[in-house]
Ligand binder design. Structure first.
Ligand code: ADP
Length: 319
């Protein structure tokens, strides 16, 4: 292995830049050359890449977003697209590729590995939904952004004695909503992993208000339904008036937290080590405080059960 490539793909996440920096610096430390590929798989197909030196990743550890840009690339889902990508990698003398992204980007990298080109994945998504790792890059930063927003919404909810619905990102995963709801003291948390029970939710809101509770925060993960949809359900079912806040893309931005920067640095360095060892089709992650690499295919085949204990606790603490 003499020359490796690195790209960021799919939804951006805080910490991607710190991971790119770690990949570049660790690879150069180990005597490799690194090529930065711009705009994800699209840029790979189009040959948009350049050699990155130590200085080119200076002053980015603290920045959100990704200096390499990200994109979604329908062409890469086709076999022809993947072949074009491999031709570009060969033409540029690249022997291995680090892909920083979410589960879609991982599936793309598995296709390249299956075609004989070794790829290693670094989990970069605020959704925390990559199997085999306890945390993904960006989750901690997004979590803190959501908590800060809930705290602010709570001020106005308290002052006006209102029920607020806060719509949180997370596609098909409820981690962001659950962690933010627990940390923000939300009364109700609605996530895709737990079947919604409107009667129970209405009952809780009503018994809370009978006890003299004047305000309430409800967190809805976007994968279940929109905040507006949930508000109209509450209105129709029990004539409960609410205000809705959609946090939207602010959740994806901002300077990465210390935790995300440390994880990014650990993951980036590990990805380089795994490629040097000649292993493709591996994912980097953290399990029980240990940085690990594991078989990407297997992780996707054996989807872990959702841990209900935290959800249960959030209910116990918000009665
Ligand atoms: P994320 O990586 O954040 O989950 P996407 O799901 O949009 O984002 O995936 C990013 C890109 O990865 C897609 O635009 C596509 O180019 C590639 N990709 C996703 N799924 C596959 C797949 N099954 N096969 C090949 N490439 C894929």
């Amino acid at each position: 292995m003499k020359r490796i490539g690195v790209l960021t793909s799919g939804g951006d996440a805080p910490g991607m830049n710190a991971a790119v920096r770690a990949v570049v610096r660790k690879a150069i430390y180990e005597g490799l050359e690194v090529v930065g590929i711009f705009h994800g798989y699209q840029g790979l197909i189009d040959g948009k890449m350049e050699v990155l030196d130590l200085g080119s990743v200076g002053d980015i550890i603290q920045r959100g977003g990704t200096k390499l840009f990200s994109a979604r690339c329908p062409e890469f889902r086709t076999e022809e697209g993947q072949q074009k990508a491999i031709e570009q990698l060969k033409a540029h003398g690249i022997d291995g590729l680090v892909v920083i992204g979410g589960d879609g980007s991982y599936r793309g990298s598995m296709k390249l590995t299956e075609s004989g080109f070794p790829c290693v994945g670094i989990p970069g998504t605020i959704d925390n939904d990559i199997p085999g790792t306890d945390y993904t890059l960006g989750f901690d930063t997004a979590l803190n952004t959501v908590i800060e927003s809930i705290d602010k919404i709570r001020d106005t909810a308290t002052s006006h004695e209102r029920t607020f619905i806060v719509e949180v990102m997370g596609r098909d995963a409820g981690d962001l909503a659950l962690w933010a709801g627990l940390a923000g003291g939300a009364e109700t948390i609605i996530i895709p992993e737990v079947e919604i029970n409107m009667d129970e939710i209405v009952e809780r809101l009503k018994s809370g208000s009978e006890r003299g509770k004047k305000h309430s925060i409800i967190i809805v993960a976007e994968g279940v339904m929109s905040g507006a949809e949930f508000a109209s359900k509450l209105k129709d079912l029990a004539d409960i008036e609410t205000r809705v806040s959609v946090l939207g893309h602010i959740q994806r931005g901002g300077s990465p937290t210390g935790r995300d920067r440390v994880l990014a640095s650990l993951f980036g360095a590990k990805a380089v080590e795994v490629l040097i060892a000649g292993n493709g089709g591996r994912a980097i992650g953290i399990q029980n405080h240990q940085v690990v690499d594991y078989d990407m295919n297997e992780a996707f085949d054996n989807h872990e059960e959702f841990d209900m204990s935290m959800y249960q606790l959030s209910k116990e603490l918000s009665i």
